[in-house]
Design a protein around this ligand. Structure first.
Ligand SMILES: Nc1ncnc2c1ncn2[C@@H]1O[C@H](COP(=O)(O)OP(=O)(O)OP(=O)(O)O)[C@@H](O)[C@H]1O
Length: 260
């Protein structure tokens, strides 16, 4: 199977800080790759380069085998790369369908006027949300009155509707209780089944071991190592995050501490 994303030798510095240094990462269709590391390890900077929010200083990114500049978020969207931020970027006063189409409304032009096609947007929203979560029926409720899991559903529905093939999910369960966390887990499994590739930024080791197929650990901007989830233990992953130590079953990166 061909990778969706191949990042090679990607680097980014802010002034004198090497936020990301010489990183190689791949993502395959239907795969969840967890990106782990302490605060400041470089996870967000790496993902922002993929999402077109930051320009990389060096390195190449292939999307479906084709070199991609990724010089703007619009270019990343066009290539099917979407980010679901921790804050979900939803408008609290708007309902599910208005949020799903926020900034990308279906509208027709009549002379100088733009007329929103609310009925069509509602139909599309109901269809995609119902596919993801048939119990989510309060589609006219403003987002502020929805649960955390329902808000996640809208954010994920938006990505699916706009045909995302790569999703970057930033701490998707950080603000959720156990029931809602389980629901987001279900959503992620459905996305995988659709062949969507997911980068999962998470500090939650339970989520990582529950949801990821592979994990990549970063420290000081570099990759310590990457491994299939089934090849490493939670303790070994903690050793990678905290000590930068790469266990025998993981593939070491340039940031791996050489053992004494
Ligand atoms: N816009 C910026 N300007 C200057 N320095 C930055 C900027 N963004 C990130 N950095 C620095 O780059 C390094 C990597 O930060 P980054 O946010 O990518 O790490 P992270 O692993 O995502 O951390 P967290 O888990 O806290 O989000 C840090 O030293 C950070 O201070």
């Amino acid at each position: 199977m061909k990778p969706l994303i191949e990042m090679r030798g990607v680097s980014k510095a802010f002034g004198g800080v090497h936020a990301v240094e010489d990183v190689d990462v791949d993502l395959y269709p239907g795969e969840v790759v967890a990106v782990l590391g302490h605060n400041g390890a470089g996870k967000s900077t790496l993902m922002k380069m993929l999402a077109g929010a930051y320009r990389r200083d060096t390195g190449t990114v292939l999307v479906d085998g084709n070199p991609a500049e990724l010089s703007s978020p619009a270019e990343a969207f066009d290539l099917g790369i979407e980010t679901i931020h921790q804050t979900l970027a939803l408008a609290d006063n708007l309902d599910a369908s208005a949020n799903l189409f926020l900034g990308r409304e279906i509208a027709w032009r009549v002379g100088p006027f733009k007329i929103m096609d609310s009925a069509q947007m509602r139909d599309h929203a109901a269809k995609v949300i119902n596919q993801l979560n048939p119990r989510f029926t309060n589609l006219n409720t403003p987002c502020r009155d929805l649960s955390g899991g329902q808000r996640q559903t809208i954010a994920i529905a938006r990505a699916i509707h706009f045909e995302a093939r790569v999703l970057i999910m930033d701490e998707p369960t950080a603000a959720l209780g156990p029931h809602e966390t389980a629901m987001v887990g279900e959503l992620i499994r459905e996305l995988k089944a659709k062949g969507i590739g997911i980068f999962l930024i998470s500090h939650d080791m339970h989520d990582v071991f529950d949801l990821a197929d592979r994990l990549v650990v970063m420290k000081n901007g570099q990759v310590v190592g990457s491994a299939k989830k089934d090849d490493v233990t939670q303790d070994e992953v903690l050793g990678m995050i905290i000590l930068g130590k790469c266990p025998p079953n993981a593939e070491p990166g340039p940031g791996a501490r050489v053992s004494q």
